[in-house]
Design a protein around this ligand. Structure first.
Ligand code: SF4
Length: 385
């Protein structure tokens, strides 16, 4: 029997790679991408300039690119920013933005105005696994870690919404999520924002606030950003009772990392300390807090607890807050009292998101109507208190 050899003709299948999101690409990433497609390296700077300098995201409007290259660019890269689904303005000037980050999830960013600065409080995760007991976001388990483009996107969208001539001056990673639980994406976003071909946002004006993931903390000083630590306890027992992370990384290790930061950078650590009535607000607690931190160059941000429904904690009286602050000042500590802001715009971090995701139809109503519906008491701006 003769066996005939058979040849099967196959049609080559061209696989078009999924376009990558420009806002997740560092300048180096973009240069590599262009190089791998046979393009000149300087194209990366050109595109960065169009996007960040000239605010042009449509390749068809990038007039110094050839027509062919514009077509190729659209196949290689998409320019997607997270959509703003809600923008609330407080009477005191605080603004809150709610962003769609896909999969039906949203995150919040807050602009906190002051005389000489406009600070953006940015989110790094949807929900958070750190489960700090006083935190609204901590009650919502981690659902999603944001990608660098979603972090950069919060900044760019908020900056675009600012009135002409106003600029964001500072960024604090104190929104939803633990930034060191998503450190690769967080520091990539900081690198993109810091690029001289991008927004050129100074790293020294970026503060990363952590609940204390000690093994990741070196990235803060290696990336030349500022460190804030959500301390909230005057000894291990008090801290562990409200911040479970302290079991894994106790104060001895956390404070050692803070010392290294101060030594490496010559900067002060910011310790955030939430005052919970009867739990962390007593004068003997202030004494212990002083002794705990006195050997570290630092400032202590004391934050009277901002009540939210179901928290189980109470805010101390103003007089107790003053006594606590005065005791620390009397001992020579550098102390700041965080002002309450944004009371009328779902100020507990994660609260606007939670309300939007449970009752999106209600969010079409005016701020004031919605706020009355909820009988809001809460006024915290930050998860990392
Ligand atoms: S305070 Fe920060 S780290 Fe703690 S649960 Fe809230 S978001 Fe997470």
């Amino acid at each position: 029997m003769q066996i005939e050899s058979q040849t099967t003709e196959t049609t080559p299948v061209s696989v078009t790679p999924t376009p990558r999101n420009f806002f997740a690409l560092t300048l180096g990433d973009l240069e590599t991408l262009f190089k791998s497609s046979g393009k000149e390296k300087f194209r990366a700077q050109q595109i960065y300039k169009w996007i960040y300098d000239k605010n042009v995201t449509d390749p068809d409007q990038m007039s110094n690119l050839s027509k062919d290259f514009r077509i190729e660019l659209k196949n290689m890269i998409r320019f997607d920013l997270p959509n703003v689904v809600k923008h609330l303005k407080s009477k005191d000037g605080t603004q809150k933005f709610l962003f769609d980050v896909g999969d039906g999830k949203t995150v919040e960013s807050v602009v906190i105005p002051a005389e000489d600065r406009q600070t953006l409080c940015i989110s790094s995760e949807v929900g958070c696994n750190m489960a700090c007991k006083f935190c609204f976001t901590g009650k919502q388990k981690l659902q999603k870690r944001l990608t660098a483009d979603q972090i950069v996107g919060q900044f760019l969208q908020v900056q675009r919404a600012m009135p002409e001539g106003h600029r964001l001056t500072n960024i604090v990673f104190m929104g939803m999520g633990e930034p060191l639980d998503n450190s690769d994406e967080v520091f990539k976003a900081i690198e993109i924002l810091n690029s001289p071909w991008g927004t050129n946002f100074s790293r020294r004006r970026v503060t990363v606030s952590t609940s204390g993931i000690v093994p990741e903390m070196h990235k803060i000083w290696e990336n030349k950003t500022r460190l804030a630590v959500s301390l909230n306890g005057y000894d291990d027992d008090s801290r562990t009772s409200i911040m479970p992370i302290n079991k894994k990384y106790p104060l001895k290790d956390l404070l050692k990392a803070c010392e290294v930061y101060a030594k490496e950078t010559g900067e002060r650590v910011t310790f955030e300390y939430v005052l919970l009535k009867g739990i962390t607000d007593q004068l003997e607690h202030a004494e212990k807090l002083f002794h705990l931190t006195k050997h570290i160059p630092c400032k202590i941000n004391i934050i009277p607890f901002n009540e939210h429904p179901g928290s189980g904690f109470e805010r101390p009286s103003d007089s107790q807050v003053m006594k606590f602050q005065q005791l620390l000042i009397g001992k020579g500590a550098h102390v700041l009292l965080r002002r309450t802001m944004g009371r009328d715009i779902f100020a507990a971090c994660g609260q606007l998101r939670s309300e939007f995701e449970s009752h999106p139809q209600q969010m079409d109503t005016s701020n004031s109507k919605l706020i009355r519906t909820l009988h809001l008491k809460s006024n915290s701006l930050s998860s990392h208190t």
